[in-house]
Ligand binder design. Structure first.
Ligand SMILES: Cc1cc2nc3c(=O)[nH]c(=O)nc-3n(C[C@H](O)[C@H](O)[C@H](O)COP(=O)(O)OP(=O)(O)OC[C@H]3O[C@@H](n4cnc5c(N)ncnc54)[C@H](O)[C@@H]3O)c2cc1C
Length: 390
């Protein structure tokens, strides 16, 4: 097994690093945790698009570059390393663009893929509902045919980026008379249509990034159905593999790791830097080892995708492992900070711009979003270990 990156890949990584460091030097943004999901910066997304780093893996005929998933992972890894504000394009680049390439009509490809590539389609994910989270197939939002349109009624919840999106990917029930997995379809919907109301929800950190989205008799032209009517479930499962498998599941709070190492170097206790305390050194070394194992998980997932296979158990395994790592990183940061770790980011005494506090709280959601760890372990037990369902 040769674990080295090709020369072209090393060049790509360096190019992304130079670009991001240049942006930070110019003061265009500051690195922050969770920036892939909370950092909405339309201008940044446009600049990334201009570099050609959106739709990297899509076929050239659709404006992509036909590059590998490993290449894309290199780009996203560097975005996360620098805590870049990439939320406006993340979902479209990661999964919705791919879903349109894979199952969309020519008309959808012509209309939507160029918008995503230019960094102009900010897509939210409308899957979860108040009574449909892990058991997504029990969703109640209805799409009923009416002439050339579907009329959509229902409610989505936890829609990340809902306040910024101009498109929403939606799963809705198109046949209520059949078994729950069979009557579901996928749509891509212009989020500015009449009848759509977005209501922000404050999260545990006090931040606002996810939302309730209400659909009240929203008229959506039929051409925005993705793939085959009532056959959406298979497509959803495929999409979830992509949603779960990215480096954002391992490095969402990576800027905290860098800041923590720096903090232990700069902070003295009993006359010595914290970084010389053997207990603290061992904790940081343990985290570094776990991070590197997580990276191997992620690169394995990308290699599976490059083989043309859906990473259906690999992505579950990598996400369950990686989000547990991120929670340990945040807990370790709080332990090392001692009483400072309990201060709110608003306090002038709080170290590392409150990253530890923020991350400790926000990392609680990492093992829920895109499939809870319990559900992912069920998938692993079924699809990889082939254990009986009981
Ligand atoms: C930060 C964040 C961002 C999110 N962003 C989005 C988004 O953009 N779009 C979107 O559609 N959704 C989003 N979600 C929602 C997310 O996908 C759901 O929270 C998740 O699917 C779990 O659903 P639930 O919250 O309804 O919990 P439930 O499904 O009610 O689960 C409750 C508990 O029961 C456990 N459980 C459930 N079923 C089983 C089972 N079969 N076996 C074992 N244990 C089980 C779960 O593990 C969990 O601990 C987001 C969530 C978070 C936290």
């Amino acid at each position: 097994m040769d674990f080295r990156f090709s020369e072209q890949q090393q060049k790509l990584r360096q190019e992304v690093r130079d670009f991001l460091e240049g942006e930070i030097k110019q003061g265009l943004w500051q690195p922050s945790c969770d920036a892939w999901i909370m950092g909405h910066d339309l201008a940044f997304t446009k600049r990334v698009a201009a570099k050609g780093w959106i739709g990297l893996t899509w076929p050239k005929e659709y404006g992509g570059q036909g590059r590998s998933f490993v290449d894309r992972l290199i780009v996203t890894e560097e975005m996360l390393r620098y805590g870049a504000p990439a939320a406006c394009h993340w979902f479209a680049d990661r999964q919705i663009g791919g879903a349109i390439v894979h199952s969309g009509t020519d008309e959808q490809k012509t209309e939507l893929l160029p918008l995503i590539l230019k960094g102009e389609a900010y897509v939210g994910l409308g899957m979860s509902e108040p009574e449909a989270g892990s058991d997504l197939a029990s969703l109640k939002t209805r799409a009923v045919e009416d002439g050339d349109d579907y009329i959509i009624d229902g409610q989505k919840v936890w829609t990340s980026g809902g306040s910024h999106m101009n498109w929403i990917y939606l799963v809705a029930r198109t046949d209520p008379t059949v078994a729950k997995h069979r009557g579901i379809s996928e749509f891509i919907v212009n989020a500015t249509l009449p009848g759509i109301t977005v209501r922000p929800i404050e999260d545990i950190t006090g931040g606002v990034h996810f939302n309730e989205v209400f659909f009240d008799s929203v008229r959506v032209p039929k051409r925005y159905l993705i793939g085959e009517k009532n056959q959406g479930w298979k497509q959803v499962l495929n999409q979830l593999d992509y949603e779960r498998s990215g480096m954002e599941r391992l490095m969402a709070n990576y800027p905290l790791f860098e800041a923590l190492i720096q903090y232990t170097r700069e902070t003295r206790r009993n006359g010595k830097p914290l970084s010389e305390d053997p207990v603290i050194r061992a904790k940081l070394a343990q985290l570094r080892i776990e991070l590197e194992i997580g990276r191997l998980h992620m690169y394995r997932v990308a290699l599976v995708m490059d083989e043309g296979r859906a990473p259906n158990w690999e992505s579950s395994m990598s996400k369950a492992y990686s989000t547990a790592f991120e929670q340990r990183l945040a807990s370790t940061a709080i332990e090392i900070l001692g009483l400072y770790g309990q201060l709110s980011p608003a306090s002038k005494w709080v170290p590392m711009q409150g990253m530890a506090y923020h991350s400790y709280l926000s990392s609680k959601g990492y093992s829920l979003q895109a499939g809870t760890s319990e559900v992912l372990k069920n998938i692993l037990a079924l699809r990889k270990l082939e254990l009986p369902t009981g």
